[in-house]
Design a protein. Structure first.
Length: 225
């Protein structure tokens, strides 16, 4: 794996010169995670952060008693682990590969060295963390103010491939249990809402593929404008 090339094509590091990229690469290493492999547990001490090259990773709380709560499902180009790295605190969640995944681990010392010398990278790191906070606020708003059907529709449309006739198709990236947890509902509730929307003719489900024949009609019925 050419770490320099991978890092140079990562949006977070766009604009860095070849010397800066080379130094980051020296402080990085590739990680291969099979499905189910845990990249870190809650309570582990961060030594850097991760960039996903391909695959899927879930971030989740796993209480000793109670159901898992998925807080994020991340894919290629996403990074995770930056926030706690900067405050010298242990990880608050677990990170686990959902499929065979390839990642790059960027060491804390390497990134801090570049942050000390390049204000552009500082701004990009702040922007990335701000986007993460913005997403968290959106999640809290959705959990508090939106119905289960509205949350599901919003999730589907964020991940949809639109056709010219305003129909869309969505391929769920992982199983319904994990997506339901991400949307702060049980798998049973998730499945029941999908079944109801199917009976209303608003979508059809074939395993992980969901087809929405008319986006405008779906939004009008669910109130998800």
């Amino acid at each position: 794996m050419n770490l320099e090339a991978l890092l140079a094509h990562t949006p977070l590091f766009h604009g860095l010169d070849s010397g800066e990229i080379a130094r980051l690469a020296q402080g990085s290493h590739a990680v291969t995670a099979a499905r189910g492999d845990v990249l870190f547990h809650k309570g582990d001490t961060p030594t850097g952060f991760y960039l996903i090259i391909f695959g899927l990773v879930k971030l989740a709380f796993n209480p000793p008693q109670g159901d898992e709560k998925v807080v994020a499902i991340l894919g290629p180009g996403d990074t995770f682990g930056e926030a706690v790295m900067f405050i010298d605190e242990p990880f608050l969640i677990d990170a686990q590969a959902l499929v065979l995944s390839r990642l790059v681990h960027v060491s804390k010392s390497a990134i801090l060295q570049e942050l000390d010398t390049d204000p552009r990278l500082v701004r990009k790191m702040i922007a990335a963390l701000s986007m993460r906070l913005h997403q968290l606020i959106d999640d809290v708003e959705g959990y508090s103010l939106c119905s289960g059907s509205q949350r599901i529709v919003a999730y589907l449309l964020r991940n949809a491939v639109e056709n010219a006739d305003r129909s869309v198709t969505v391929t769920l990236p992982t199983n319904k249990r994990i997506i339901a947890s991400r949307l702060n509902m049980t798998q049973e509730t998730f499945s029941r809402i999908l079944q109801t929307l199917c009976k209303q003719g608003l979508l059809s489900v074939e395993r992980r593929r969901i087809h929405i024949p008319d986006v405008d009609r779906l939004q009008a019925v669910t109130g998800d404008a």
